[in-house]
Design a protein around this ligand. Sequence first.
Ligand code: HEC
Ligand code: HEC
Length: 261
Amino acid sequence: MIPPAVRRCLGLALAAVCAVVLRAADAEGPVPFDLDLHMRGARVYERQCAPCHGRNGRGDGDWASDVAVKPRNFARGLFKFRSTPPGKLPTAADLRRTVRTGMSGTMMPAFTKLTDGEVDAVLAYVRSFSKRWADPAAYAAPVPLPAAPPAWFGAGPLQDAAARRGAALFAVHCATCHGPAGRGDGPAAAGLRDAWDRPIAPANLAAAHFKSGDAPTDLFRTVAVGLDGTPMAGFLPALGTEALWDLLAFIRTLAPVSPGR
Ligand code: HEC
Ligand code: HEC
């Protein structure tokens, strides 16, 4: 017996679409307070996170004063790196990914030595800094995202054709901020501010590394759902999956190919 979702996929006969349909997941929601978890999380937080994020999670730790990209103030419950729709809280998996991989080009380190239990405990503690985590309306199911790039992605005539279409889309939708060659120097770049009222620069898309990971699927996620608290919007609803891969095919031509890309 073939489940309906799979039958729908087979009907569409598109591997990429199948991956999307099959990975759809439910929304998470508020978690009951767990004192033991909270205390364990507090101990990890004090040592590993408070020097930057501050004892009360306001982004004002001792190491935060002189840096251009400030550590996150957790009070508003606003997160850049999510797989959820704009304006919604990240999933537990999104937060784990942030802590494990860090953010290239900022002070946020990759915590590779913490145990899974320590990561989950410290994230429970981070959630306690904002009331948003108690609001069921702040949660939403993750946007279904592709598990892998299309087979043509990366090299060959189909990649080249996609990159040409992507270049045209980029000129219309992205170049005002990211600049014609993706260097982060578009006409609108200078005046941009983030939700914490700090100046913010569009990413240099010709750089070797990106804040939330260098895999094509990491960039797809960013361009699909955007980065909350920044001027970087999510483009999946307006452009659709195929146009997003065309854009990423173009972005791939901007930088020398690094191991992750
Ligand atoms: C050396 C400084 C530093 C330390 C230590 C640090 N962070 Fe960060 N963190 C940052 C900076 C800087 C940012 C903001 C990056 C940005 O906005 O681009 C950040 C952002 C974040 C975010 C927000 C991600 C998003 O989607 O917006 C989370 C969550 C986070 N850190 C968790 C942690 C946790 C948990 C720890 C401790 C285990 C920790 N950080 C330790 C500097 C640090
Ligand atoms: C209104 C200005 C604006 C527009 C338009 C815009 N971006 Fe961005 N984008 C930004 C800013 C600002 C950042 C940096 C956010 C940060 O560093 O926290 C960014 C970051 C990114 C990143 C890097 C994410 C990472 O992990 O480091 C990618 C990829 C990206 N944009 C792609 C695009 C694409 C593709 C388009 C067009 C479909 C686009 N952007 C349109 C402002 C914009």
